[in-house]
Design a protein around this ligand. Structure first.
Ligand code: 1CP
Length: 339
């Protein structure tokens, strides 16, 4: 078992810097496309054998040091009672938006083994196959709330911020319900065999620090406190969160995810005694080989004082990235960080 990733999460010395990539299982891989050609995205998420297959693909093909469960953050929203559809090219759609207390009352805090048993089954199956640690995950409450309130993806987050500022009590009630559901969901993932847990806060970077403190951070703290007794490394990734770094460091996470918008050396100083995960711009994978390797070398050098560094992209790998370029990055990280 290669436990380099887990050691880095705990801030222990490692023989080299471990690497995995957010969204490493997915559309940029022809092997994933082949599986997806046969089933819809939601069917894929609900078929454990296929989830196992696509989770293993990047680990086997590219040599990643960790696997991330193949699923989606919106699966839990569906289990709470919000019917979910994915339309090709349009992303997720919730036809029933949550914009008043009556709609919120229709959502439940689901029993994770009962309503999302396919996720737990995927985790159990993966643990039999994997030689690297398995990361379980969920969306952080703010990011999940935006999908329920907006009814899908958004650029402006008008409805979300309107609710925050005009109906704060309703907003907090929604956040509390997502939080309770997420705790049960991630506890079930831990019981099923997940070896680290990541909260994805993809859209929280639209908040000013004081609003983050008031409306989002307390819920992340509550989730991570509830997961602490599991003993698993906990990762919090606030995308676009460079202005929220010191606050994110109080989330209770062992590892702070970093996007690419700040120099990693500066971020390391700001988070204090925490491991960091990141922070190569996903588009840097398009660089010619020599330049990509040089950029990775500089990033590793800048991260040398980290209390644990897990190499990753600053956000998900883009769907048009050539897989060979991802492989160049994995090999470069392994070679250049070898101690
Ligand atoms: O067409 C397809 O095959 C679906 C594309 C796809 C994939 C491969 C979606 C739709 N989700 C996923 C998998 C996924 N999603 C993983 C798998 C594990 C891995 O990383 O390899 C993970 C961790 C997620 C998490 C996720 N889903 C996030 C958080 C991370 C991030 O990228 O910011 C978010 C925001 C989603 C929502 C989502 N899922 C899919 C779409 C198109 C969207 C909407 C994105 C948006 O609003 O812009």
């Amino acid at each position: 078992m290669n436990d380099t990733f887990l050691k880095a999460c705990r801030g222990e010395k490692t023989a080299y810097t471990p690497i995995w990539m957010m969204r490493q299982a997915g559309r940029y891989l022809p092997e994933y496309q082949k599986v997806r050609g046969k089933v819809s995205f939601l069917e894929l998420c609900k078929t454990p054998d296929l989830c196992v297959e696509v989770t293993l693909q990047p680990v086997d093909l590219l040599g990643m040091d960790a696997a991330i469960l193949f699923s989606d953050i919106l699966i839990l929203m569906e289990a709470m009672g919000a019917p979910l559809e994915f339309h090709e090219g349009r992303g997720p759609i919730f036809h029933t938006t949550i914009r008043d207390q009556a709609a919120l009352d229709c959502l439940t805090v689901p029993d994770a083994d009962e309503k999302t048993g396919f996720v737990m089954e995927t985790i159990r199956l993966l643990r039999r196959e994997l030689q690297v640690p398995l990361i379980g995950f969920a969306g952080a409450p703010f990011t999940c709330a935006t999908y329920l309130i907006e009814g899908g993806s958004s650029k402006v987050f008008w409805e979300t911020k309107k609710m925050m500022y005009r109906e704060p009590e309703l907003f907090h009630n929604l956040m509390a319900k997502i939080t309770d559901s997420t705790i049960l969901y991630l506890q079930a993932q831990a019981r099923a065999g997940a070896q680290a847990l990541q909260l994805f806060d993809s859209w929280v970077g639209i908040l000013a620090p004081d609003d983050f403190t008031q409306f989002a951070l307390p819920y992340v703290q509550k989730i991570l406190a509830a997961l602490k007794p599991s003993g698993l490394p906990l990762i919090y990734f606030a995308n676009n969160g460079s202005t929220l770094l010191e606050l994110s460091a109080t989330s209770g996470a062992d590892v702070i995810g970093l996007d690419w918008r700040m120099p990693i050396g500066e971020a390391i100083k700001r988070v204090g005694k925490k491991a960091v995960q990141g922070n190569l711009d996903p588009f840097a994978l398009l660089l010619p080989k020599d330049q990509l390797r040089a950029k990775i070398g500089r990033l590793l050098e800048d991260a040398k004082d980290a209390h644990g560094h897990i190499f990753n992209l600053g956000h998900g790998i883009h769907q048009f990235t050539p897989p060979e370029q991802a492989k160049i990055a994995v090999d470069a990280v392994h070679e250049l960080s070898c101690r």
